[in-house]
Design a protein around this ligand. Structure first.
Ligand code: SF4
Length: 303
C-alpha cells in the first residue's frame, strides 16, 4: 500500500510488480500484510537476507570505482565486508566468499562490463498522480525505486547496474533470455529517463549460489539489455492500469480474494508471497483462514 514518506505518498516498484503479477498476491502481501515467517528473519540460513547482504558487498566494491574500476581494490573492499559478516554471523555459505568476489572482479576486467561507477544506491521517483482520481487518498503519489548503481561504459554511455543472486545458470545466453522482457528493468529505465539520466539500459550482474560440493561452472555472468522507447511506453501503460486497480482494490473492490476465481492458474505461477498453499486450500475447500493464520505472520500496515 502507498505510504507517506517525508510528506510524500510513495508506492514501491516491487509492490507495483507484485500487483502486475497477481492481484490476489498483492492484496495478501500489501493490503493484509501477510508475509512468510522466513522472510522476516535475519540469518545466514535465509536466502532473502543473504541476497540483501550480497548487495551490500557489491555496494562496497562499487564505491571504490567512482574514478576507475580497479579489480584489486574492489576485491579488497568486498572481501572486507564479507569478513565483517563472518565475524558477526559465523559460518556463511560457500558461495558467499572471496572466491565469488574474485570471479566477479575478473569478469568485469575481462568484459569490460563498465569502466567506472557514477552513483551507487540511486533512489528515484516518478509522479503517478495523473493516473488516480481527484479524490484519491494518496494525493501526489510517486512511484519509487532504488537502482543498485549507475555506471559508465568505455564509450561514456550510462547504464543501470543491477545485482542478482541465483541458484540457476549464469550463462550469458541464459541470462540474456531471462531478462529480455523483464519489467523491473523497464521500470528502472523509465525512472532513470524521467529523472534526467540518459541510460542505454541495464547491465545485470548475476552470481551463482553454489555449495562447496558444486565448485565447477561459471560463478558470475553479465548481460546487457537496452530498453527501447516502446518498452518504456508500455511500462507507463502498465502503471496506469495497475494504479487504477490498486486504488479500487484498496477501496474494497477486492475485499475477499480467497473466493474469487484464480486469476493466473496457481500451479504455474511464480508467487511473490509463497501463497500456493492458500490458493490450493481454496480449491480443495479447506479452511483457508486457519492456514493463513498458522503460516503467515501479519506485518503491520502491509509491506
Ligand atoms: S499462488 Fe498464484 S494465484 Fe495464488 S496468490 Fe500466489 S501468484 Fe496469485
Amino acid at each position: 500500500m502507498p505510504s507517506l514518506v517525508d510528506g510524500r505518498w510513495e508506492v514501491r516498484r516491487s509492490e507495483v510488480a507484485n500487483y502486475r503479477r497477481c492481484e490476489r498476491a498483492w492484496l495478501l502481501l500489501h493490503d493484509w500484510g501477510l508475509r512468510p515467517p522466513e522472510e522476516l528473519s535475519a540469518n545466514p540460513e535465509n536466502n532473502l537476507w543473504l541476497g540483501q547482504q550480497w548487495h551490500k558487498v557489491m555496494e562496497q566494491a562499487m564505491l571504490t570505482a567512482t574514478d576507475q574500476f580497479r579489480p584489486d581494490v574492489a576485491y579488497e573492499a568486498g572481501v572486507s565486508y564479507i569478513r565483517q559478516l563472518q565475524d558477526e554471523w559465523g559460518h556463511l555459505p560457500a558461495w558467499f566468499g572471496p572466491r565469488t568476489m574474485a570471479a566477479w572482479c575478473k569478469a568485469i576486467v575481462d568484459g569490460p562490463i563498465f569502466q567506472r561507477v557514477e552513483e551507487v544506491e540511486v533512489k528515484l521517483a516518478y509522479d503517478l498522480s495523473r493516473f488516480l482520481p481527484d479524490d484519491t487518498p494518496w494525493p501526489g503519489l510517486h512511484l519509487v525505486g532504488t537502482l543498485d548503481a549507475l555506471v559508465r561504459d568505455q564509450y561514456g554511455n550510462l547504464w543501470i547496474m543491477d545485482h542478482k543472486t541465483t541458484s540457476a545458470s549464469v550463462d550469458v545466453t541464459h541470462l540474456a533470455k531471462l531478462y529480455a522482457l523483464n519489467d523491473q528493468l523497464s521500470c528502472y529505465s523509465l525512472l532513470a529517463q524521467r529523472n534526467g539520466y540518459d541510460v542505454m539500459g541495464s547491465i545485470i550482474g548475476a552470481i551463482r549460489k553454489t555449495d562447496a560440493a558444486k565448485s565447477t561452472g561459471s560463478l558470475v555472468g553479465f548481460t546487457q539489455q537496452t530498453r527501447p522507447v516502446t518498452a518504456l511506453n508500455l511500462c507507463v501503460k502498465d502503471l496506469k492500469w495497475i494504479m487504477q486497480g490498486v486504488h479500487q482494490d484498496a477501496g474494497g473492490a477486492f475485499d475477499d480474494p480467497i473466493w474469487r476465481p484464480n486469476p493466473t492458474g496457481f500451479m504455474e505461477c511464480w508467487c511473490p508471497g509463497n501463497f500456493e498453499r492458500i490458493c490450493e486450500a481454496h480449491l480443495q475447500g479447506e479452511d483457508v483462514r486457519a492456514i493463513m493464520e498458522s503460516r503467515f505472520p501479519i506485518v503491520e500496515g502491509g509491506i
